[in-house]
Write a protein that binds this ligand. Structure first.
Ligand code: MN
Length: 499
């Protein structure tokens, strides 16, 4: 159910009627060739649709408003083939509400040294026209992505592809609805936040229910449906029984299957795409949802633990942005748990009480039933695995009281040196960039949480672009982070984002 709509991106070329019909015919022809090549590249996750060349204020304004009103249009790519006086663009840009990309390219790759004349120069002047256009977008303070380079180049196409995914995150953010069962865990600061401001900034609807509202749905699930889902679990996952009786093990697993079906039915009927639980507020639930939540996350639902609705919405956002991505490595809630401080091997062991999404797993995914050290319920069943290696991003959206800050850390995921047979949870292990000490110091300095929304399939740049579009502060910790400079950035941000 969690595939994106068949989104499209409009390609709008700017020009003017000063150059005559022959020139405008070539402009349209060049634009068509570029769009055709972009769509044929296989690099772009969404289709590009060519629009007629824009040469007047009226047509520009009409096109941007049509883009606003077209449910399938997720953003507009603009390019000035010739000079297009930018006052013509003011009203259209002012009324435009979707993600904007400025593709600063040129039809010809090389200067045609032997034949170039003034006619050619007047026809191919992106260097000139794109500056006029860029000026007005900057003067109007409109957020946009600028991508520079020849349209045939793979790196340019990749940047466009990445931006499209960011644009989907911008468009889809306002469709995220988070269902909270109960409230945030008492006394915890970092999982709190201003839900009204979150709706204003991100469009998220954040509601709450009594946990027993979902218990009714769980209790109503038929035994046949539970048995069928348990059979599916046994066909997908290995069993690590820890010496438990096989029937007893299966009964514990069945509780989670019943929860998966019941919770999902509740979410679907009430139109929620993200969910929050709290181990201290389980009402009539027999177990803390573990395996059930892991499965729901793998299906594309967002999840936050202990009432953490910000992480639930961010995980859902990541699932939406990466939906349908080829060779995706996964996105999940994570939690900074335990350090390895051995020199040269420093890293953070990531896990949660149970709820780590199995999309990040590499190798076997196993089921285990073990006690929780917290709460007062049955031993819950959960999926156990270790996560993939490679670069990833860990993000933390924090509420600083007067504003949101999105903290984005580039991390390098690794395998732990040895198996951890007694640890019954899905885990990841990473070293934050630029290195363990500076990464952790910067994270703490910026007020980052212990819960993160994590993905292998998104980049720092994409998350920064998303946050910029949402109008919130970002703080990036990556290979270029210098602590003294980082501390100053936070100071400057406090001034720049003051209300
Ligand atoms: Mn937690």
């Amino acid at each position: 159910m969690f595939t994106n709509k068949a989104y499209k991106f409009w390609f709008c070329t700017g020009s003017q009627d000063l150059y005559g019909d022959e020139c405008l015919r070539k402009v349209a022809d060049h634009s068509a060739k570029i769009v055709e090549a972009l769509n044929a590249s296989g690099k772009l996750p969404y289709e590009v649709v060519l629009k007629p060349t824009l040469i007047s204020q009226a047509s520009i304004r009409q096109t941007f408003n049509d883009a606003n009103n077209d449910a399938e249009c997720a953003g507009v790519i603009t390019w000035m083939h010739t000079f297009s006086p930018a006052k013509m663009w003011i009203l259209g840009l002012k009324e435009f509400k979707k993600p904007l990309c400025h593709l600063h390219t040129q039809f010809n790759e090389e200067i045609p040294y032997d034949t170039i004349d003034m006619d050619f120069m007047n026809e191919n002047q992106s260097a000139h026209g794109d500056r006029e256009y860029g000026h007005i977008v900057s003067r109007m303070g409109i957020e946009r992505k600028i991508i520079v380079g020849h349209w045939s180049r793979e790196s340019v196409q990749q940047k466009l592809a990445d931006w499209m995914i960011t644009a989907i995150g911008c468009i889809e953010s306002s469709h995220i609805r988070v269902c909270r069962f109960g409230d945030n865990m008492n006394n915890v600061a970092v999982t709190e936040g201003d839900k009204v401001e979150a709706q204003i900034k991100f469009g998220w609807e954040i509601d709450h229910y009594c946990v027993n509202d979902v218990v009714e749905y769980v209790d109503a699930v038929s035994k046949g449906d539970v048995d069928a889902l348990v059979d599916e679990y046994y066909s997908l996952y290995k069993v690590i029984d820890d010496g438990r009786d096989a029937d007893e093990f299966r009964r514990h697993v069945a509780v989670q299957a019943q929860q998966e079906i019941g919770i999902e039915k509740f979410l679907v009927e009430n139109n929620y795409q993200a969910v929050v639980t709290h181990f201290g507020m389980l009402g009539g639930l027999k177990q803390l949802p573990g395996l059930a939540i892991q499965r729901l996350m793998a299906k594309g639902y967002g999840f936050g633990a202990e009432g953490d609705w910000k992480v639930a919405a961010m995980v859902r956002l990541m699932k939406l942005m990466t939906a349908g991505k080829k060779d995706a490595k996964g996105s999940s809630l994570m939690e900074d748990y335990t350090y390895n401080l051995v020199a040269g091997k420093e890293g953070i062991l990531q896990a949660h009480m149970m709820e780590v999404c199995p999309t990040v797993a590499e190798g076997d995914v196993s089921m285990r039933v073990t006690p929780l050290s917290m709460g007062n319920r049955e031993d819950p069943a959960r999926l156990v695995f270790t996560a993939k290696e490679g670069p990833a991003v860990a993000t933390s959206l924090v509420d600083l009281g007067d504003r949101f800050r999105l903290l984005i850390n580039a991390v390098d995921c690794k395998k732990v040196e040895k198996p951890m047979p007694k640890l019954p949870v899905g885990t990841a292990y990473w070293t934050p960039q630029p290195n363990f000490e500076d990464g952790c110091e910067a994270w703490i300095l910026a007020g980052g949480a212990h819960h993160t929304a994590f993905s292998y399939d998104l980049t720092v740049e994409q998350m920064v672009d998303w946050a910029n579009y949402m109008g919130i502060e970002t703080a990036v910790i990556d290979k270029d982070t210098n602590l003294r400079q980082f501390k100053n950035e936070l100071r400057w941000n406090a001034a720049a984002y003051r209300k």
